[in-house]
Design a protein around this ligand. Sequence first.
Ligand SMILES: Cc1cc2nc3c(=O)[nH]c(=O)nc-3n(C[C@H](O)[C@H](O)[C@H](O)COP(=O)(O)O)c2cc1C
Length: 197
Amino acid sequence: MDRLPENPLILFNNWMEQAKEQELNDPEAMALATCTKSGHPSVRIVLLKSFDEKGFKFHSNAESQKGQEIAENVLAALCFHWKSLRKQVRIEGHIEMASQKEADEYFVGRPYMRKIGAHASAQSRPLDSREFLEQKLEELKKLYPEGSDVPRPDYWVGYLVVPEKIEFWWDNPDRLHDRIVYTKDNQANWNQQRLYP
Ligand SMILES: Cc1cc2nc3c(=O)[nH]c(=O)nc-3n(C[C@H](O)[C@H](O)[C@H](O)COP(=O)(O)O)c2cc1C
């Protein structure tokens, strides 16, 4: 890979398209790292739903552990690892909320049981038993029968990771790996820098 695009989103898109063709499952899966105000980090997988200049979007429960951490500290990082491609992308930036309209549009398109699940799950909070959750699901299925409008719970929101730094790592058989980092300057231009692997 000699000539790299000036905009890292073009390269990210190329790699994502390759991943969609080759990964066994979940090419959109990314590790999301968040951090409390006092510096305690945590990480989990979420699914990338879309990306553009404004940011990398995922959806989640604002009352979950990650939601609470984002509420007190907007700094976050993402990491993709596509095993079949032997490629990694790391993204650092801050998180902004997607608009209510975007959150609604995404929620409407979710499968019925996912919508019901969003109502049933107090994500990240203690659950006494699986049976309790199953019972809650049955009650919600009666309240919102299949085919009816299932409203988006207020806490089910979209988040945008606004990138300030995007790093690409790729494997080279028989020689050292490559690393290129793109950093956004004050004029919102992307600058490229090669790093030692
Ligand atoms: C492949 C995969 C995709 C996932 N996608 C999401 C997602 O898009 N949104 C989400 O809230 N949780 C998703 N999860 C569950 C999270 O990893 C996590 O368990 C949950 O969000 C609670 O995280 P928290 O307690 O740190 O807030 C996914 C898990 C896996 C393994």
